[in-house]
Design a protein around this ligand. Structure first.
Ligand SMILES: Cc1ncc(COP(=O)(O)O)c(C=O)c1O
Length: 410
């Protein structure tokens, strides 16, 4: 295909004149291709898919009913702009009940069309060319991508097992501290599954104050916390003076596709976010905001989802341990992040998580997501489709049988 006349016009941030010509294959495309190959070459072998990072459940019936009730009401039809009071008030009740965090619904909370969009927009509020955003790796990269779009620089903080997958803030060189404006955290952490202690959050507040850095804590997985009660960064004294927390209805309420979450914390940061957002979108459909508000008031919904993913993770960990994996129950999220096998007894060796993951998909139809940013790891997600507990057990048994046959080494 010959280049269109505008080929030279693409912005450098997406590759400039080379946009669309790259041959690099990105991680998720590589996984997709390997899955296609496994299905084509072994149509008789079921694909055991631990690669999906989305809830398998449909939103609760009560939320669906509320949505059905609200969808056609004329008063819900228009632009929602920065959100309706009913949703913000439900968020304020939820934050107080769940985390003991008291927020002013009017000034300290703003909805977003999913936390991904909030992470994409927040760098616009702070990052000028040359400013640094501190990001943990492995992690959810959206705030870093947008930092780079604004001419900022991403400084990576590795999450290592020896530090309980918490970043070593003392490791930062002075010049990085001076240029840094934003520290993006995510706890419960995706993909490592670590949760944050109160002491860590206290240290973060001190670090932010000492270095005049704004903290954005991504709490998308907050309700899926297993080793401690779900906690909020904002419950630590001083936290609301230094940052905001982003919450999502996606994971904890089975509302992935509904696209709703919120940013809360320091009033000035929330209003800066709302100003940017107002220039990007016109708010989530009011019927969805009302259904989400109803969900937030119903404690039983996240409780059920929490119990399901905890049960599935416990089964997964026990099964993988029997196959030689050195894993333990994650603190939170629906992910298990575990050191990748280095090879197979009498078989190939793997120099990375990517190599192990490609082998497992193509040769055994077991799909995981590799992470090689800070050591070679595989991420198993328990969001697979299984109609009931018997189906979960059958999936575990089949995975165990395939893994035991190939004898992974660590
Ligand atoms: C760590 C993390 N943050 C944010 C998101 C985005 O969630 P949503 O936009 O659905 O609220 C995800 C989704 O996978 C995630 O894993």
């Amino acid at each position: 295909m010959s280049d269109p006349y505008f080929q030279q016009l693409f912005a450098e941030r997406i590759g400039g004149a080379q946009y669309g010509k790259g041959t690099a294959i990105y991680k998720f495309e590589k996984i997709k291709r390997a899955k296609r190959k496994a299905l084509a070459e072994h149509p008789e072998r079921a694909l055991l898919d631990f690669g999906i990072g989305e809830n398998d459940g449909v939103a609760d019936q009560r939320v669906l009913s509320k949505m059905a009730e609200e969808i056609g009401k004329p008063e819900n039809r228009g632009y929602a702009d920065n959100g309706i009071a009913e949703f913000k008030e439900a968020v304020a009740r939820f934050m107080l009940r769940k985390y003991g965090v008291e927020l002013n619904a009017e000034t300290e909370i703003n909805h977003c069309i999913g936390s991904k969009t909030a992470l994409a927009m927040l760098p616009a509020t702070l990052i000028n060319p040359g400013d640094i955003t501190l990001m943990t790796v492995p992690g959810y990269p959206v705030a870093g991508t947008h930092t780079a779009y604004y001419g900022g620089i991403v400084y990576k903080l590795p999450l290592l097992a020896e530090n309980s997958f918490l970043p070593d803030l003392d490791s930062l060189p002075d010049e990085v501290r001076e240029q840094a404006k934003l520290l993006v955290l995510c706890y419960p952490n995706s993909p490592t599954g670590a949760t944050a202690t109160r002491e860590f959050y206290q240290r973060v507040v001190q670090f932010a104050q000492d270095n005049k850095i704004v903290v954005v804590q991504d709490a998308a997985h907050a309700l899926l916390s297993f080793d401690r009660q779900p906690n909020s960064f904002l419950s630590v004294p001083g936290a609301r003076e230094v940052g905001v927390e982003i919450h999502s209805m996606s994971k904890g309420f089975d509302m992935i596709g509904w696209r709703i979450g919120w940013v809360c914390g320091h009033e000035r940061l929330v209003s800066a976010f709302a100003d940017v957002k107002d220039n990007c979108d016109s708010g989530q459909f009011i019927a969805i905001q009302k259904a989400a508000a109803a969900a937030l008031d119903d404690e039983s919904i996240p409780h059920k989802i929490h119990a399901k993913y905890k049960r599935r993770l416990e089964k997964l960990v026990a099964m993988l341990q029997r196959c030689g994996f050195q894993c333990s129950m994650p603190g939170g999220t629906y992910f298990l992040y575990t050191p990748s096998p280095t090879g197979l007894a009498g078989g190939p060796t793997f120099d990375s998580g990517t190599a192990a993951s490609q082998y497992l998909i193509t040769e055994q139809s077991i799909c995981t997501v590799p992470w090689d940013d800070a050591g070679a790891y595989l991420r198993f997600s328990v969001t697979y489709e299984a109609a009931d507990e018997a189906a979960e057990d059958a999936l575990m048994a089949e995975t165990e049988s395939r893994l035991k046959q190939i004898k992974p080494l660590f």
